[in-house]
Design a protein around this ligand. Sequence first.
Ligand SMILES: C[S@@+](CC[C@H](N)C(=O)[O-])C[C@H]1O[C@@H](n2cnc3c(N)ncnc32)[C@H](O)[C@@H]1O
Length: 307
Amino acid sequence: MKSDTESLGQLILGMRAVYAQGDNAMAWARANSAMAGNELVSTLVAYDLQAGSYVAYARENSNYVNKWCIQLADLIKPYLEQGDKILEVGVGEATTQAGVIKAINCDNTSAFGLDVSWSRIKVGKKWVEENDVDCTLFVGDMFNIPMADNSIDVVYTSHSLEPNGGREDAAIKELLRVARKAVLLVEPLYELAPENAQKRMTEHGYVRNLKSTAERLGASVVEYGLLDIFSNPLNPSGVVLMVKSVTTSRRYSTNVRADWQCPLTGVPLIDQGDVFHAEQVGVVYPVMRGVPLLRAEHGVVASKLFG
Ligand SMILES: C[S@@+](CC[C@H](N)C(=O)[O-])C[C@H]1O[C@@H](n2cnc3c(N)ncnc32)[C@H](O)[C@@H]1O
């Protein structure tokens, strides 16, 4: 029996080799890896290897990407007031987020984006700079978001729940926890897809039953259906828009950009620039080349940070 460390090493080596040959690294991981049960790690490796491809696509297809972003912004805008906060979960290289922020064009909106892949966030930071867009990008896990309950006005996704088939319940619960007003899922909708698309989605292990899961969790779904514009007919994008039935009062903290929360312990996390510090519990999260690493796995027990 291999240790987790050995299995992780072999997963990384195997996926890199398969990717270099132009094959599907995720499919290889599902079939071959001793860590096949740990989908987050294989998702992370697969997407990290592709870092840069979304920016290349956005450069070559700027008209399409603009239309895509305007379509999403139009769904988000009705829920935003001045000074609100938005978060894209699974932001990738921020090619969607940069366009959404521009199209929202709402004063003082603070935008945040998290992704499990460091390389994609690094590429995304360059992209938002190049596009003159202000947003805070960090590494995080959508199943354990390092932010307080009800601290983000609108939380949205764009095809990031997609590879997490079987974990729909946990993902939607977590997005609803962090959102104050609304959660917008822009994801492939298996139930509304034609048969050939459903077959492909099954092969890739994509999400299903997003609307019924949201409703079972008590969310009120106010919009559901396929979008007008999407690029791949075999992966038809649709919308599940949820509004929170009880909206908590506005304004969490006004003196900080975000209400960060330690993903290990749930206590407040303070952005100190070079590290994020959960002082109450003596846990620190590093910042690597300007990118905060805010998954629970990144926590360092360091009770003497100031000692
Ligand atoms: C298809 S890409 C979409 C990227 C971006 N939303 C866009 O519209 O361009 C899916 C993204 O979701 C991220 N992702 C998947 N599972 C995740 C998880 N559990 N936590 C955080 N990010 C995740 C992947 O790393 C990848 O960057």
